[in-house]
Write a protein that binds this ligand. Structure first.
Ligand SMILES: [Zn+2]
Length: 347
């Protein structure tokens, strides 16, 4: 699948609470550059983004996000404000308490009211699969179909887990023919995106920036002694990416790796939660156009230990890449089994 085909399915997303205007604008610039389906941004930014970019952008925003338990009237007010500010698409979160109480008629009533309010604009219904049983997911497939919403969406990205393929298959079986699927949460590589699209997802929340940014960062490597240039791109949980390169020193021991440069930049900016890191590395002078000749540069032991300090061993993913198409993905636990972390000092 070609890049542009993948990107045309992507809602380029930044929904973290502390996203700055500059970060939102840089997301929008990327969305235009890469021709993504839309940008998905917090409601309070819709107006200024519409003012700045005009009709060039398809703007998606969120309703009752991320917990879903605001009352229907409040969700309707958010839709109204979003429409007036210039949003084209709305990703609402269902009331998960209603799901647990099996109040499906109430849920259908709410989604129908919101669909009516958005009119010809798109309404996606986030059901937050990580908190649901298979039976609840099936009931919600039926509720979304009955309420005539445009999409069913797996996750907010703020729950305990993002999209999994098994749920996409379950959705496919139980939604009506007019309902499309959006997968969200934790989709960070090209291969993941391709897999979800091939499985039948029409939209994705995610990005393929990580490896690309690591390759960019590698170019800034200061490595006059080894000539081995490494770049890293670290994704913080809120969506911000911190890059790093290896920085060598004539005295050798002060040399620092690309991964730690990225981590220390992020931590010094107040970020402590991370989702994934992409790492690329090959000798200076290697033909950039022949990525199949590049090997994988795995993080050294010291960098793995730094990851252990800040990242969850089972969920943090280490993407080691030779190019945007050639990479391998591991959890931190896989590359640092039985790691010693902050929790161990408390025993
Ligand atoms: Zn290292």
């Amino acid at each position: 699948m070609k890049d542009f085909e993948i990107l045309s399915h992507v809602d380029h997303t930044l929904l973290k609470a502390v996203a700055s205007r500059e970060e939102i604008f840089s997301l929008c610039d990327e969305a235009i550059k890469y021709k993504t389906a839309s940008v998905c941004i917090p409601p309070s930014y819709v107006g200024i983004v519409r003012d700045k970019y005009g009709a060039a952008l398809n703007i998606c925003t969120v309703i009752g996000f991320p917990l879903g338990y605001s009352v229907t009237e409040a969700k309707l007010c958010e839709i109204d404000a979003g429409l007036r500010a210039g949003a084209n698409e709305f990703d609402m979160v269902v009331n998960l308490g209603d799901v647990k109480n099996r109040l499906y008629e109430k849920i259908i009533h709410e989604i129908s009211a919101l669909k009516k309010a958005v009119g010809n604009n798109i309404l996606k219904v986030i059901i937050e699969t990580c908190y649901l049983t298979a039976e609840e997911k099936i009931s919600l497939c039926q509720a979304v179909t009955q309420s005539k919403a445009d999409y069913i969406k797996t996750s907010t990205g703020f729950g305990s887990q993002g999209a999994v393929m098994e749920d996409i298959r379950l959705f496919k079986e139980h939604i009506g023919p007019d309902v499309k699927i959006k997968a969200a949460g934790g989709i960070r590589t090209r291969r993941d995106m391709e897999d979800f699209i091939l499985a039948g997802c029409d939209r994705l929340a995610g990005d393929i920036r990580l490896i690309r940014k690591a390759i960019e960062a590698r170019k800034r490597s200061y490595s006059p002694y080894s000539g081995f240039k490494v770049g890293a791109a670290l994704l913080a949980s809120g969506g911000k990416v911190f890059t790093g390169c290896n920085i060598e020193n004539a005295a050798f021991s002060p040399t620092v790796c690309a991964e730690r440069t990225a981590f220390f930049k992020a931590v010094s900016e107040g970020e402590y939660d991370f989702e994934a890191i992409a790492v690329v590395g090959w000798p200076d002078g290697d033909n950039e156009d022949e990525p199949d000749k590049h090997g994988f540069a795995y993080p050294c032991g010291v960098c793995r230990q730094v990851m252990m300090e800040f990242c969850h061993p089972k969920s943090f993913r280490v993407i080691v890449a030779a190019s945007e198409d050639d990479y391998t993905v591991h959890t931190l636990e896989e590359i640092l089994p039985h790691g010693f972390g902050p929790g161990d000092l408390k025993q």
